[in-house]
Design a protein around this ligand. Structure first.
Ligand code: ZN
Length: 73
């Protein structure tokens, strides 16, 4: 996360900060890989979108029983 780290260093210099943001801010995407992220760990791969869960597959495995899912196999 060098973006946030560098941002912290120039936080009190508004002009430099504005310039830095203009060139280095992460892109806001309408579609593609980063629109859905895991709500627990923030991963963007392997997201369970069914029922608006938005957990990645690893976190879904941990949280499933708390949410009321049961294993039948
Ligand atoms: Zn996750």
């Amino acid at each position: 996360m060098s973006y946030l780290k560098n941002r912290g260093q120039i936080q009190n210099k508004p002009l430099k900060l504005a310039r830095f943001e203009r060139f280095n801010k992460s892109k806001v995407r309408k579609f593609g890989k980063n629109i859905h992220r895991c709500r627990k760990c923030g991963k963007s791969r392997g997201i369970v979108r069914q029922y608006e869960l938005l957990y990645c597959r690893q976190c879904f495995r941990e949280e499933a029983e708390k949410l009321g899912f049961r294993k039948y196999t």
